[in-house]
Unconditional design. Structure first.
Length: 192
């Protein structure tokens, strides 16, 4: 193991200057209400911390999809049974984000905030309604293609696929998110 190089006074001063305005985060206990993003405010969107991007996001360059084309993506290690359950929509659908009537920039901010809130509340599944792009000025659905790209970029998104017709069909996706790591439970010894 190499010995650590001592830090110079100049580097110490640079570090102090960099972190002088940083304030500690306030701890908020987890609420039991579902994460929704239907009533997002501009200030809340601006305050959302950046999510961790996937290391493979640069390699994932999906092709352009049409209005009725189905979307599907999963990271390596996702079991077929889990994907089948996701495709069937077999989960509680109380975490819904509707991106209708939003611009591309607003949609990206809303999506990032929504995924952040889902992770904060330890939500495993979500539904994102992006629409089919019937009002799009181009022949391809702009928002559907953007959501297809953005979801692949977030490391917290494990998989997503086109929703069932009763949940939006080709205009929505089911999303599988990472959950918090389970804590190790240490067995207690019984007293005799």
């Amino acid at each position: 193991m190499k010995p650590k190089k001592p830090i110079s006074q100049e580097e110490r001063e640079l570090f102090r200057q960099t972190v002088k305005d940083i304030k500690p985060l306030n701890y908020e206990p987890r609420a039991n209400k579902p994460a929704t993003a239907n009533n997002l405010t501009a200030t809340k969107l601006q305050q959302t911390p950046k999510l961790q991007l996937s290391k493979t996001s640069l390699e994932a360059n999906p092709t352009v999809v049409t209005k009725e084309e189905h979307l599907e993506f999963s990271r390596s290690g996702i079991q077929q049974r889990t994907m089948h359950r996701l495709r069937q929509g077999r989960f509680a659908k109380n975490n819904i984000l509707d991106l209708h009537q939003l611009t591309v920039a607003q949609s990206q901010a809303a999506l990032e905030n929504f995924i952040y809130e889902c992770r904060r509340h330890n939500c495993r599944y979500a539904v994102i309604i992006h629409g089919k792009g019937y009002r799009s000025s181009s022949s391809t659905p702009t928002l559907k293609n953007k959501v297809n790209l953005w979801l692949r970029e977030y490391a917290d998104v494990l998989a997503f696929c086109t929703a069932k017709p009763n949940d939006g069909g080709a205009g929505a996706v089911y999303v599988l998110l990472k959950t918090a790591k389970t804590r190790k439970i240490v067995p207690t010894t019984k007293k005799r």
